[in-house]
Write a protein that binds this ligand. Structure first.
Ligand code: KG4
Ligand code: ZN
Length: 344
């Protein structure tokens, strides 16, 4: 007898993107995202504006996800939502919406840890991408986080090392701001770097623990470097944008790769994945792939759609929680500071 399929609606609203997704077992049927362009004007996410925009976007985004999935609300078996970490005002919008919908449809609620969901995006079964076996290492790199995670099971994760100050996405975005590029600057640095020389300029790498990261020093060094060059040549940025971007990106990527090598050496685990918004970066993807030949690692690179914040990753995490009958109490509250190893 074949088992009945499980349909879950997932909602993600931890930062500045409102996203909804419908999953059928481990297959994504829809994944809609409303980006908030308002933040570009301010060079970063403004929390108050983010929560207001979530309020406006959440109903149409959810409706669109259900429509695209070609199902009826009554087909849903559960509602999953991001409990944290993230911006409290943003999380509250998704949390309240998910609770109300679960109550009105009389179906269970699944609260999801955003950091675990970034990792679990590797288990979405929409494509030929191979799924990592346990245990594996995951480098989670985003605008808010930079950590190397040891993943022993779907919800059994521990942090081996992490940033002691800025996240790598912030290093990209703040450096981009110094170069007068719009927010979020990470994808623009990636684009310009393609035409530049990665060895044109040298930036020093931080000295922290073997699996830890620090990016605030690099950002300051980068600012001083640009200011000094501009004193000598006011057109320095325009004339050398490609080389500047390529050199900065090369430095950041080398830092990430060095730390991953340390983690593989320390744990002996050679299955290595990347996750989070910054894992969309083309040089990081290329350098990780190269380790398959140089170090005989097996690498796992998620589809673009599931790297930056999206509800598809919340949906897959919800599916595995559903299989464990690990439902949430209706009184569950958002937690802005949830850690990857917090049970949620
Ligand atoms: O995971 P995400 O969507 O949101 C957070 O949870 O933070 O990550 C957003 C971050 C931003 O800092 C953005 O600049 C960066 O991901 N990003 C990139 C690229 N695409 C997105 N950074 C470098 N290269 C890219 N191609
Ligand atoms: Zn994220």
């Amino acid at each position: 007898m074949s088992k009945k399929p499980v349909y879950i609606l997932a909602i993600e609203s931890s930062c500045d993107d409102t996203s909804a997704s419908v999953i059928c077992n481990d297959k994504i049927l829809s994944n809609t995202v409303a980006n908030q362009s308002i933040h570009a004007e301010y060079g970063g996410v403004v929390p108050e504006l983010a929560s207001r925009a979530h309020q406006q976007n959440i109903v149409p985004v959810v409706q669109q996800a259900i429509q695209k999935a070609n199902i009826d609300k009554k087909d849903l078996n559960a509602i999953a939502f991001t409990r944290g970490p993230g911006l409290m005002g943003s999380l509250l919008v998704g949390t309240s919406f998910a609770k109300s919908l679960a109550l009105s449809l009389n179906i269970p609620l699944l609260d999801i840890n955003h950091m675990q969901a970034h990792v679990l995006a590797h288990f979405i079964h929409n494509n030929d991408c191979k799924k990592p076996p346990f245990p594996f290492l995951c480098l989670t790199i985003s605008g808010g986080h930079t950590q190397i995670v040891k993943v022993e099971d779907y919800f059994e994760m521990s942090v081996l090392g992490e940033t002691i100050d800025d996240a790598v996405g912030e290093a990209f975005d703040k450096s981009a701001k110094i170069l007068n590029l719009l927010y979020p600057g990470g994808p623009l640095i990636d684009k310009h770097a393609k035409h530049g020389n990665p060895l044109a300029y040298k930036f020093t790498k931080p000295k922290v623990g073997p699996m830890d990261f620090s990016f605030s020093g690099l950002k300051t060094a980068f600012l001083y470097f640009i200011q000094k060059q501009e004193k000598e040549n006011p057109n320095f940025i325009e004339e050398n944008l490609f080389d500047i971007c390529a050199s900065l990106q090369h430095t950041i990527t080398t830092i990430l790769m060095d730390k991953l090598k340390n983690a593989v050496k320390e744990t002996g685990i050679k299955h290595v994945a990347i996750a989070g918004g910054v894992s969309a970066n083309s040089e990081i993807r290329k350098r990780l792939k190269e380790t398959e030949n140089t170090y005989k690692w097996t690498t796992y690179i998620p589809e673009f759609e599931y790297t930056t914040d999206n509800a598809g990753m919340i949906a897959i995490a919800g599916y595995y929680k559903y299989l464990q009958n690990n439902f949430s109490d209706i009184g569950v509250s958002a937690n802005a500071r949830l850690k990857v190893n917090d049970l949620s």
